[in-house]
Design a protein around this ligand. Structure first.
Ligand code: FE2
Length: 467
């Protein structure tokens, strides 16, 4: 744990303690938590029993959090805490959040002490502040006013918790708070749907305290739904990875290629500050870009000698074939342009559509750089000694504006793959459209003449950048 993170967690924990102490000193416990005077609530007449009831319900909801794809933990203890703040006020909200937020993995000592502190401080302080805010609303005996006020308090609770989590993650990982808030809110905003459930729990509890337990079922079902979502997504991810690895493993020289291209692509995307949607597309695109090689026979894919013209055409069909294979999967629609155009050249002499410059989808230009760097720095049958990373970067620079988008190569240099390398800098600026047109015209003329003219190569075969 870094010193800055330690200081931040200490400040948050101290703030929660101060808030709890002020609540104890200044706020009486709302008697509704004890449900006095109801004939069927004998066991709940005492306030402490009411508090214990909500602590147990919160602990049940918090005990088994679901890890979401973005790494955050999601649990359904949110609803009982909101109910407790509505019923008992700030002190009850603080106690229920503080004790009820205990997770099974904390009890099993799988979480370091500062993680436990951050987890509890991250929920206790926001719960007390939200309960104070809820207490400011007059006329809460009116059901509609109470419903709106509870929902707003739940929103405040959610927002403050997210802010604290984002501050801690930002201090730990160095990512911008604003981005973490956006990602976190996007992933967890559905939790706000539990606010009306919390309000209903309160109403039911006031009528018959034991009925609060009935809400354990929908809360558990909600958790189960999140867990299923995560499991299905993981299964999908693993299936795609296995598929990509199966394609790579047809050639022992390219085993793991797609996984590495995925990592480099995403890092370039981060250096370019692309959106999360684009980064996700690069993740899938990195894995699946060569999936069309499924349709390339071994006699061509594994051939070590120079390919004939027909064999080259078969090989060069893999981006189109790959896009056709993936097209039925709606979830992967953003990935199709990456797969189809990952062999387009910046000057227009690539394939399959001979797009020029900005006509090539930006993410495909990113993947092309990552693909080439990975191919150059790995052994191939035609080049048993791979290029060093410096040599590979020199090739990327040399063919910037010809094969690669120079801006993307600039971004590559800012990633962990290129940061430490000696950088020759951009090559001289070329008139891309003219070269592109000339290259396209030459290729068209050559094709018409039936000759084996120079044409774009596959990244796993010799090309200007990989020769
Ligand atoms: Fe490819």
């Amino acid at each position: 744990m870094s010193r800055r993170l330690g200081v931040l967690i200490a400040i948050l924990a101290l703030a929660s303690l101060v808030l709890l102490a002020s609540a104890v000193l200044a706020c009486p416990i709302d008697a509704r938590i004890g449900v006095r005077g109801l004939p069927n609530a004998v066991a709940f007449n005492a306030v402490p029993l009411g508090i214990v009831f909500w602590i147990l319900l919160t602990a049940a909801g918090s005990s088994l959090p679901v890890r979401m794809p973005d790494g955050t933990l999601l649990d359904v203890g949110f609803a009982p805490v909101v109910a407790a703040m509505s019923l008992g006020g700030p002190i009850v909200a603080g106690l229920v959040a503080l004790v009820g937020a205990t997770q099974v993995r904390e009890v099993r000592r799988q979480v370091p002490w500062y993680g436990v502190l951050a987890n509890h401080a991250g929920i206790t302080g926001p719960a007390i502040i939200s309960a104070y805010a809820l207490g400011l609303v007059p006329a809460r005996s009116n059901l509609i006013v109470d419903f709106v006020a509870t929902t707003l308090a739940a929103s405040l609770f959610f927002s403050l918790s997210m802010l604290q989590a984002a501050l801690i993650l930002s201090t730990r990982n160095g990512e911008p708070v604003r981005k973490l808030l956006r990602v976190g809110a996007g992933g967890n905003i559905n939790m706000l749907a539990l606010a009306p459930v919390a309000w209903l729990m309160v109403q039911m509890y006031l009528i018959a305290p034991g009925s609060g337990l009935l809400f354990a079922v929908p809360l558990y079902t909600t958790r189960l739904a999140y867990q299923r979502f995560v499991e299905v997504r993981e299964m999908f991810t693993e299936t795609v990875r296995s598929l990509a690895e199966a394609v790579d493993k047809r050639d022992t020289f390219t085993s793991g290629h797609s996984r590495r291209v995925q990592e480099i692509s995403v890092d370039i995307g981060k250096a370019m500050k692309l959106s999360d949607t684009d980064l996700e597309a690069l993740e899938w695109g990195g894995l699946l870009h060569d999936i069309g090689k499924i349709g390339v026979p071994d006699s061509v894919l594994l051939k070590q000698e120079r390919l004939t013209r027909d064999e080259r055409m078969t090989m060069n069909a893999h981006p189109v074939l790959g896009a056709e294979i993936i097209a039925p999967v709606k979830r992967l629609a953003p990935v199709l342009p990456i797969i189809r155009h990952h062999h387009e050249w910046f000057n227009g002499s690539g394939y399959p559509d001979r797009l020029v410059g900005d006509e090539i989808p930006r993410l495909a230009r990113v993947l092309h750089v990552a693909d080439a760097f990975e191919a150059m720095t790995a052994a191939r049958p035609y080049r048993m000694t791979p290029l060093t990373p410096e040599q590979a970067l020199a090739e990327l620079r040399k063919f910037g504006g010809i094969q690669f988008d120079p801006d993307i190569v600039d971004a590559f240099v800012r990633t962990r793959w290129g940061r430490e390398l000696s950088d020759p800098g951009r090559a001289e600026i070329r008139e891309v459209p003219l070269i592109g047109q000339a290259a396209g015209t030459l290729s068209a003329m050559a094709a018409a003449a039936g000759s084996d003219a120079p044409r774009a190569q596959d990244a796993t075969r010799p090309s200007p950048a990989t020769a």
